[in-house]
Design a protein around this ligand. Structure first.
Ligand SMILES: NC(=O)c1ccc[n+]([C@@H]2O[C@H](COP(=O)([O-])OP(=O)(O)OC[C@H]3O[C@@H](n4cnc5c(N)ncnc54)[C@H](O)[C@@H]3O)[C@@H](O)[C@H]2O)c1
Length: 281
């Protein structure tokens, strides 16, 4: 996809961080922007910021872990703008706990927002894009956690590995039908966002975790917190994402230093060596 002006983008998780930066970038490219999020107040702020640029913006309150919300998002997009050309399955949450300490509701929450939502997004929007027959692009937000295995965040890693392989398979399947729909997977390292404060959006149906973090777990979480604060500005991520879309690049690795961690993991697998314990994020 090379032309963006007057086309329509849908961004999930657009109230904060990477999603917000991508939504604003879309507006800067002259696109209509559909912004969706569960955090309504912050979504309104994004809406105001985009409106101020003169772009057309449609905010849609969405819980991405619910299929009917994603279906409604697609319906409202088509009703308002008549097409969907760019889709960013971006909303995400992270949770710190040793693997065996994650409750079932922890798993359901993280997999619901990070993986099922992407499945719903693909299931709902891809047929619309294929039918349009015009150049379209889907960007799924994975993570370094989708190509390495960082300690202390297993639900996150599982969800993001799922997003990466889902995106790769979607890529092959779209190629097989010579579709004009392209796909990329975004795997950033540390980005300065509110991700470490994900619990703010945990809904009641996923009961709150009862466990206290151990001192070691707390330390790991605080280290990650600092790591993200010192991370890349989300606006820079948005720029790289658009370069990738223009150049039809599938893997978007915004942080070159993470390649070392990926290489080391791949070597562990190929050499049948035990995991060498690198912590990318
Ligand atoms: N920040 C990083 O360092 C980093 C690194 C790699 C990948 N990512 C990924 O980037 C994506 C965006 O995260 P971010 O870093 O901008 O964090 P963020 O917390 O700033 O933004 C995430 C957005 O998702 C929304 N969200 C959460 N649950 C939702 C739900 N059920 N329905 C709809 N929206 C929901 C939040 O309200 C928020 O606006 C996530 O998928 C995350 O895993 C972030």
């Amino acid at each position: 996809m090379k032309e963006f002006r007057n086309k329509t983008a849908v961004v999930t998780g657009a109230a904060s961080g990477i999603g917000r930066a991508i939504a604003k970038h879309c507006a800067g490219e002259g696109m209509n922007v559909v912004i969706s999020d569960i955090e309504i107040e912050s979504l309104r702020n994004t809406e105001e910021e985009i409106k101020a640029t003169g772009a057309s913006v449609l905010p849609v309150a969405t819980d991405v872990s619910k299929l009917k919300d994603i279906e409604a998002l697609a319906e409202k997009t088509i009703e308002k703008f008549g097409s969907v050309d760019l889709l960013f399955n971006n909303a995400g949450v992270v949770l710190h706990a040793s693997t065996w300490e994650n409750t079932i509701s922890d798993w359901e929450w993280v997999l619901g927002v990070n993986l099922w939502a992407v499945i719903y997004g693909i299931k709902t929007f891809t047929p619309i894009m294929i039918k349009q027959g015009t150049p379209c692009h889907i960007v799924n937000t994975g993570s370094t956690g989708g190509i390495t295995s960082n300690p202390g965040i297993s639900a996150y890693n599982v969800s993001k590995h799922g997003v990466v392989t889902l995106s790769e398979t979607l890529f092959y399947d779209l190629q097989a039908i010579e579709s004009k729909v392209n796909v990329s997977v975004l795997c950033p390292g540390a980005v300065d966002t509110n991700l470490m404060n994900s619990n703010r959006n945990r809904r009641n149906r996923y009961t709150k975790p009862e466990i206290e973090l151990t001192e070691e777990e707390k330390e790991l979480k605080e280290t990650r917190d600092r790591y993200l604060k010192d991370g890349m500005p989300p606006e820079k991520v948005a720029e790289e994402v658009f370069n990738a879309i223009r150049n039809e690049k599938f893997y978007i690795l915004t942080h070159p230093d993470i390649k070392e961690f990926v290489r080391s993991r791949m070597e562990d697998i190929l050499l049948e060596r035990n995991p060498s314990g690198v912590d990318a994020v």
